[in-house]
Ligand binder design. Structure first.
Ligand SMILES: Cc1cc2nc3c(=O)[nH]c(=O)nc-3n(C[C@H](O)[C@H](O)[C@H](O)COP(=O)(O)O)c2cc1C
Length: 358
């Protein structure tokens, strides 16, 4: 009997998968042990490394967890725009003492191999970012006993997720840290991103699937708000990025609450797809010129970002963060889940008692 998302959630809290080394097995395990749903990030991860992460996580907890995959990106980028952007990064190469990467690196993120791994050795939950998997893929995972989730950033995308046969949809608002999971990167939509509450109402009225709400959620009262607006659970990324179990570099964690980084912006500067990051020098100097060319720009800037991160240079790193970053708490992940759950209970009681009007 295929399971439903609700069967797997003790608390309506999901720790967002965060690629690039942030979502460690230790983070996911601490979250799962505290009663929320922990996630591993399969994006950018080699299949063998993902397999090892899953084994390690299984060794740390018996509770259900999820694995996230990026859909392959076949969207063609304009080679002239990629070349022009590469030329504009010459100063960065000089600054960091390294060449830019080959923009024509892999576009499929070893999706087929990672999918084969998850079908051969199923995990409780698999979520997808950057598109909708084939209905056959979602069906095969369902038959393997896996609950499937797919990110949507509009009601139309949510309907596509439902048509394909996913078990649930993640409604990701424009507040969210990291990449927007839009199914197709369209620069014409750059100013059309929906805030989470506006999106959530449209998605819940468009599909019959359970909805997980993501974007800017840092406190239990905000979880209560999205549950009141029809979500089945809330997915939090930036809140967990600050925990000691997260694999984010310490300068990235500290920057979340550093007054020197007062705000975030969605930018293509680092990867070629819109992703929300703290505004730093690299974003300011290159954001306006960055083409819609994912993963070409990701490959181009990877060596620069590696050196910047290695030297703790926050002005050259991709400091992914959601709009709620100032509210980040550097609590152990399990403790953070407890605090969020207590805040959620308090807010729910307050609402039931009539809130401020009571
Ligand atoms: C550092 C970072 C990395 C992320 N990587 C992924 C990822 O690999 N897969 C994914 O589906 N979402 C990813 N996201 C987006 C989250 O799933 C989620 O939408 C977002 O964190 C919610 O907004 P918040 O950060 O304000 O909580 C990432 C977010 C951050 C902050």
């Amino acid at each position: 009997m295929p399971r439903a998302l609700a069967d797997l959630l003790t608390l309506p809290i999901v720790q967002a998968p965060m690629a690039g080394g942030v979502s460690t097995p230790e983070l996911a395990a601490a979250v799962c042990e505290a009663g929320a749903l922990g996630f591993l990030a399969g994006g950018y991860r080699a299949p063998d490394a993902l397999r090892a992460d899953i084994e390690r996580l299984r060794g740390l907890t018996d509770r259900p967890f999820g694995v996230n995959l990026f859909l392959p990106q076949w969207q063609t980028a304009d080679p002239a725009a990629v070349e022009a952007y590469a030329r504009g990064l010459a100063g960065e190469s000089a600054r960091y003492g390294t060449a830019t990467g080959d923009p024509y690196g892999p576009v499929d993120d070893a999706y087929d191999a990672k999918l084969a791994l998850l079908l051969a050795d199923p995990v409780p939950v698999v979520s997808f970012h950057f598109g909708v998997p084939e209905p056959e893929v979602l069906d095969a995972l369902r038959r393997a006993g896996t609950v499937t989730l797919v990110t949507a950033t509009t009601a139309e995308e949510a309907r596509a997720v439902e048509r394909a046969g996913a078990a649930a949809v993640i409604a990701q608002g424009i507040e969210a840290g990291g990449h927007q999971g839009t199914h197709r990167d369209d620069p014409a939509r750059d100013r059309a991103g929906l805030g989470l509450l506006a999106l959530l109402a449209q998605v819940t009225e468009s599909v019959d699937l359970p909805v997980v709400a993501a974007g800017g959620i840092m406190r239990g009262a905000q979880i209560a708000a999205v549950l009141a607006a029809g979500a089945s659970a809330a997915q939090l990324g930036t809140a967990f990025l600050a925990t000691p179990e997260s694999g984010a570099p310490d300068p990235h964690k500290r920057a979340l609450t550093d007054p020197g980084f007062p705000h975030t912006e969605p930018t293509r500067a680092f990867t070629g797809r819109p992703a929300r990051a703290l505004v730093n020098r690299f974003l300011r100097e290159h954001g306006a010129d960055a083409p819609a060319a994912y993963p070409a720009v990701h490959h181009l800037t990877a060596p620069l970002r590696r050196v910047a991160a290695g030297t703790g240079d926050t002005q050259g790193m991709a400091l992914w963060a959601g709009q709620g970053h100032r509210l980040a708490r550097a609590l152990p992940a399990g403790r953070l889940v407890e605090v969020l759950a207590a805040e959620l209970r308090a807010a729910t009681t307050e609402l039931a008692d009539g809130g401020g009007a009571g």
